[in-house]
Design a protein around this ligand. Sequence first.
Ligand code: FES
Length: 312
Amino acid sequence: VVSARFLRHHNDSLQPMLLLLIAMSGWSGPVPCLHQRGARLARLLLSEAPVPFADVWVIQRLKDGGVRVASQSLNFREVDEYMVVPRSVASPGIGLALEEVGSQGDVGLVLVKGIVAGGNAAKASVPFMPGDALISVRDSAGTVEVSLEGATYDSTVEALSSLDPSLGELIFTVRRLERQPTVTVRVQFEDREDERLTMLPGQPLRQTILARGIKLNDPLALRFDSGGPGDCGGEGCCCTCAVQVVSGLEMLNDQKAQERQMLRKHPDWRLGCRARITEGLEEDGELVVRASPRSWNSRELLDGVEECDIPS
Ligand code: FES
């Protein structure tokens, strides 16, 4: 795993960085000295701002020997974007400033540091953003495709520079980090104060609540196999972890057949060990659940409604 712990600063190497920017932006005149550079370029080069997300990205080594640029934080998810960048023989530059924020051997973590104003990357179909990771690039005809995922700074620059401008427009695949939406979960108890916690898409309800020291083991629930108290340890077959969803049912994943069958008389109940915050949530939300719903619904139970049917 390579992370931003290997941060490499370029503050002491402005001239090589300038050369890269010129190459990448399609500069066709003589290479200027630092004092001759344009003010816009100078502002970009001399920026002390760190590359965004440098400490969130990580390079995973895969079993097949490959690498994958990924988020190492549950708070950020990865989204792949496809950008068409205009390019021609008359305007061969790309116009991206890159920075290697980590490296280990022949593997590197190279991120977009800036976009040259007026350059071809600035005209991309989807805007590049500082902190983006370059994954691959190809021409629109599909004759050339180069993987940039996990490439070092030198390899990335070499690969981009070797793309013949006569190929025309380039299509970049760029991996970007987006803040995960969060769900505020309120757990209501009949005999004590509510508990609040924040959950992320994909997180399991019972385990996350348990990690906060809150048990969902309803003392009124009896195991179907032994007839006694105690839970099945999250196997989805005892019903002791059931909660009643007061609001925000849509924040949870869909029920599978067995859970639906077990709770068919309580469509607003979920098994804590089978419920998780739904993936692909687009915005923040709220979920309110009641722990030990048998206590809250005692009158209903007394009226003869079965609490939970375990399929045989
Ligand atoms: S812990 Fe047994 S069904 Fe959830």
